[in-house]
Design a protein around this ligand. Structure first.
Ligand code: NOJ
Ligand code: CA
Length: 552
């Protein structure tokens, strides 16, 4: 039987950047409520909010100090209750981000753990002895440096943090931790939310700390083999998700598994395993690596889309998940550059965005649209390093200058690739101050090209109107339930068929700056066409960044 979550279109909202209603320059929950009609018209059915709990905002809400209350910069518990009611009244659904791998160092559990080394809460976190002030091992944090930080209580121990040092990891081996985290999730399910996005769940089990990455480097090294996808992750997850399903059988659990291979996607989403319903992997996006400068870290170098690589990867994912779960389809999120900056063709900007959206979202799976993507919103351009408010930028910048880049070039690379540049304010109306986001200066600001709702609503050829048409098509039975075959096609062309009972459709996109000729497809009625095609015998030539969707 089809469930509500099998036919949803998710819209990801970074709450601080969507709509401010109390003139403090920070987006808020009231702003989300205000924009429900816009989202409904767009064709969105479900909203995923990045974390809204009380937080010192070291990592914009992923550092939680109280899971049972709303950060006062975003609103109140009454606001979230009003949001849930308003969404449900519109036949829509709400997913909250659930930060389960770590807390803030300001969380009372961690404060107690530091104040009372013999106390109950010490074992809520991960500690290692380091008597000679030597790091316990050489494992690296995702946010740079070591995963280890000295106990602020000045014992001979260090605590473990996979992300920022102000975000200590929880000890999921401790049954009290598992119980406490489940209680929090139950509280929110009881409030009436429809599902959770599980943040960084793949890291909740860690290897024995008495081992090092076998290398000669003196720098801490990213060591996923010791802290990602370890054997207890799945049992912990099954228990957690199973208990939530007892409370709410149709809860939708969306796992974030950044480094999951297609094989692991099966494990984490196979219904028999009672874990996630669907899983986000960062490995579905494939970048070109052929033009990288070896003198610089790859992370902040612009790369471009590897169309052939992505075709192979999506073919693998679609094949492995057929009959198992729905793949998650997305181009952007708050942890990466915006698609309009990362992959759009400078020559065919708008058409390329239409092609990219069509190629991905009409596939079998659940689309997640990152706020503003439907407008073609680009990364912010910051004019200095401090605006990024992220300490990863300085080392890259220094290195780039040391190997001969100008400061403008180094800054441009960061603006094009950095996650902070992708978190800019939503653009509602170019005629209003700060494009209608807020009359006050936005919490994060830089310059960016105007792509605003008001102008795109007035233009029937706009990307916004195209997204509306595309999402309407996506919600037909063929595109939510049909099976999928990705075809072998000439380089640059992405073509797949969807089929359900007696209906079938073919989606063909030329994702390149050159015309490409392919065999004419056998379906007939044109549902969507952008760009231009010409026929000759059995062959059809697609002009650069042209798409067709045909159906019989
Ligand atoms: C993944 C989130 O998407 C990211 O923004 C955050 O920094 C880490 N998890 C830590 O919570
Ligand atoms: Ca506000």
């Amino acid at each position: 039987m089809l469930k509500w979550y099998d036919q949803q279109v998710i819209y990801q909202i970074y709450p601080k950047s969507f709509q401010d209603t109390n003139q403090d320059g920070i987006g808020d929950l009231r702003g989300v409520i205000q924009r429900i009609p816009y989202l409904k018209q767009l064709g969105v059915t479900t909203i995923w909010l990045n974390p809204i709990y009380v937080s010192p905002q070291v990592d914009n809400g992923y550092d939680v100090s109280n899971y049972y209350a709303i950060d006062q910069s975003l609103g109140t518990m009454a606001d979230v209750e009003a949001l849930i009611a308003a969404l449900h009244a519109n036949g829509m659904f709400l997913l909250l981000d659930f930060v389960m791998n770590h807390t803030s160092d300001q969380h009372p559990w961690f404060q107690d753990a530091v104040a009372h080394p013999q106390g109950l809460y010490r074992d809520y976190y991960l500690w290692a002895d380091a008597p000679a002030k030597q790091l316990p091992n050489n494992w690296g944090s995702f946010f740079g440096g070591s995963v280890w930080e000295p106990d602020p209580g000045a014992t001979d121990q260090y605590y473990f943090h996979l992300f920022d040092r102000h975000m200590p990891d929880l000890n999921w081996k401790n049954p009290e931790v598992r119980h406490s985290m489940l209680e929090i999730a139950k509280f929110w399910v009881d409030k009436g939310i429809d599902g959770l996005r599980l943040d960084a769940f793949i890291h909740i089990d860690k290897a024995d700390f008495h081992q090092n990455v076998p290398n000669q480097s003196t720098e801490p090294t990213i060591a996923e083999e010791f802290y990602a996808h370890l054997p207890h992750v799945q049992p912990y997850l099954s228990k957690f998700c199973g208990a939530l399903r007892e409370l709410k059988p149709d809860i939708f659990i969306l796992g974030e598994a950044a480094s999951a291979s297609p094989e692991l996607l099966i494990d984490y989403s196979r219904p028999e395993n009672n874990q996630c319903n669907a899983v986000i992997t960062f490995r579905s996006l494939v970048d070109r690596e052929d033009q990288l400068d070896p003198q610089l870290p790859a992370e902040f170098q612009p790369k471009g889309l590897d169309v052939e690589g992505m075709k192979r990867q999506l073919t693998t994912i679609q094949t492995k998940l057929a009959g198992v779960s729905l793949p998650v389809l997305y181009w952007s999120n708050h942890d990466m550059a915006r698609v309009a900056t990362r992959y759009a063709s400078p020559q065919y900007h708008q058409r390329s965005l239409k092609c990219l959206a069509t190629m991905l979202y009409l596939q079998r799976g659940i689309p997640i649209i990152y706020y503003g993507e439907e407008l073609g919103l680009e990364n912010l351009q910051f004019s200095d390093l401090t605006s990024f408010n992220d300490w990863t930028v300085q080392p890259f910048y220094d290195r780039a200058l040391a190997v001969g880049y100008s400061s403008a070039e180094a800054l441009a690379m960061l603006n094009q690739t950095h996650k902070m540049a992708a978190r800019g304010p939503m653009q509602w109306d170019a005629k209003q101050p700060n494009t209608g986001f807020s009359p006050a200066t936005p919490w994060l600001h830089g310059t960016t090209k105007i792509a605003d709702v008001a102008s795109e609503q007035a233009d029937s050829q706009s990307l916004l109107h195209f997204y509306q048409r595309l999402l309407r098509l996506k919600q037909t039975a063929l595109f939510t339930q049909g099976n999928e075959i990705i075809q072998a096609t000439p380089a640059g062309i992405f073509r797949f068929t969807r089929q359900l009972d007696q209906t079938a459709a073919t989606v063909t996109c030329n994702l390149s700056n050159q015309p490409v000729t392919v065999m004419t497809d056998t379906t007939t009625e044109v549902q969507l066409l952008e760009g231009s095609v010409s026929h000759s015998g059995q062959q059809t030539t697609y002009q650069p960044w042209t798409l067709t969707v045909t159906q019989n």
